[in-house]
Write a protein that binds this ligand. Structure first.
Ligand SMILES: *Cc1c(COP(=O)(O)O)cnc(C)c1O
Length: 439
């Protein structure tokens, strides 16, 4: 059996089931796998012989194969990873990995669906209802909701900051109904996260309710995000040459999953941590000082995070050695003006439409290439396109001066009625609402 430890205290260890059901460790730390095995050479050396679900299965066996039977793992993977992640060339050695072909058109579908399947698996023999608390800055909420809609034994609470997400995002996360309750919070995303953290720390709540988190802090969200790094590399078909990934980052779950992929043997020479003006991590890489800040609102709002929760995992993976972190991660940030210019230029020159998050990743890659690659041999760079541009249709249309088609799934959702309940940012109000649901 593999164990999972807390980033705050390595002697707090638990098994997979408790790490997935609990989300956060008792001491407020984040769970990390006690052992991250390298993938077998026979798989690593011929990644392109596998389909995406096959590759996902190999990786799941590698990480969880001692805890869940291979037969059950196969079912979990096949239900969760049932959409494509195509790699498209933007120009030259710059590629876009499209992670937005899932049901909510964002990369968060990977983590959410995999976690949903694992929770369903672990809940199959339990009596008590599981309450899932999700703080979202835009996309997480709907991805979790869709992944858990009508899963027996689960109640989902989505907390989102009022008027700080797009209309489409709000429709997506607030119209599901059934076991998915959306709470519209008077405050920022950081306030949403704070309420969720307080709920987990509240002894009385934990006694009365079985609570779990579905933010990127849940280890079950992190694990499947490592799969598409391998699949991207497989699609490059480039004979074991290393590549670069540019990751548009907010809470840094996506980038942490990339680091896991590297630990499992993927040939990555560098990760680019590309952020908007919420640049806590690029600043840390530059100065060596981690200074959490209040989040600022931007065009790429799913990355408006001033105190990225997965940073603790990155420090843990590198045992706090900043020089080692700097070798693997290059940090850079961009403002909205630069993001808009990138969307317009890439669309005009290369006929490829980026969403604001993908555009930040693209900018990171271009900047890195122009700074570093002058004297070295060309290397492929992959920008992670984390959302469909149609999710930000209004902004993107203004930028390119032309209408953007809404995917049909979104057109349907726009017709549905918002079912969100209002909430202030007082913890006691939130707590009473949760308790009332079981009364
Ligand atoms: C959540 C999100 C991000 C940021 O991902 P992290 O794992 O939090 O760093 C980037 N882009 C989109 C579209 C997102 O929804």
């Amino acid at each position: 059996m593999t164990f999972y430890y807390s980033t705050k205290n390595k002697s707090i260890k638990t098994r997979l089931e408790d790490a997935v059901m609990g989300g956060l460790a008792e001491d407020g730390g984040l769970y990390m796998p006690g052992h991250i095995p390298k993938l077998e050479d026979k798989v690593l050396n011929q990644l392109d012989a596998y389909t995406f679900p096959e590759l996902a299965f190999e990786l799941t066996k590698n990480l969880l194969g001692q805890d869940i039977s291979h037969q059950d793992l196969k079912k979990i993977v096949d239900q969760a990873i049932n959409f494509e992640a195509p790699l498209k060339r933007i120009h030259d050695a710059l590629w876009s990995l499209e992670l937005f072909h899932g049901p909510t058109l964002s990369f968060k579908d990977f983590g959410a669906r995999f976690m949903g399947q694992l929770l369903g698996y672990f809940l199959r023999n339990r009596e008590q209802k599981l309450h899932i608390l999700v703080a979202t800055s835009g996309d997480t909420g709907s991805a979790i909701g869709q992944a858990l809609l009508n899963v027996p034994g689960i109640q989902v609470w989505i907390l989102y900051p009022k008027a700080k997400i797009s209309l489409i995002q709000e429709k997506q996360l607030s119209t599901m109904g059934h076991n998915i309750t959306a709470l519209e919070l008077e405050g920022t995303f950081d306030d949403c996260q704070k309420l969720v953290k307080e709920a987990f720390a509240d002894k009385q709540l934990r006694q009365k309710l079985l609570l779990s988190s579905a933010n990127s802090i849940n280890i079950a969200r992190l694990i499947p995000q490592s799969f598409y790094y391998f699949y991207a590399y497989a699609q490059l078909k480039q004979n074991n040459e290393p590549c670069i990934f540019s990751v548009p980052s907010g809470n840094f779950g996506n980038l942490t999953a990339g680091l896991l992929a590297k630990k499992m043997g993927l040939k990555v020479s560098r990760f680019i941590a590309a952020t908007n003006i919420n640049d806590t991590v690029p600043q840390y890489l530059q100065t060596g000082i981690f200074k959490a800040k209040a989040s600022k609102q931007t065009l790429s709002n799913a990355m408006d995070v001033g105190n990225p929760s997965n940073f603790a995992r990155i420090l843990d993976l590198y045992q706090n050695r900043i020089e080692e972190i700097r070798k693997d991660i290059f940090g850079i940030s961009f403002n909205d003006e630069q993001t808009k210019i990138a969307i317009k230029e890439v669309y005009t020159k290369h006929k490829y439409l980026l969403d604001p998050h993908g555009a930040v990743a693209y900018l990171g890659l271009s900047a890195y290439f122009s700074q570093q690659q002058l004297n070295t041999k060309p290397i492929s760079g992959i920008a992670l396109a984390t959302a469909h541009p149609g999710k930000f249709a209004d902004d993107v249309a203004k930028i390119i001066g032309q209408d953007v088609n809404l995917p049909s799934a979104l057109q349907e959702i726009m017709k549905k009625k918002k079912l969100a309940e209002p909430l202030t940012n007082s913890f006691s109000e939130f707590k009473n609402r949760l308790l009332a649901s079981e009364a």
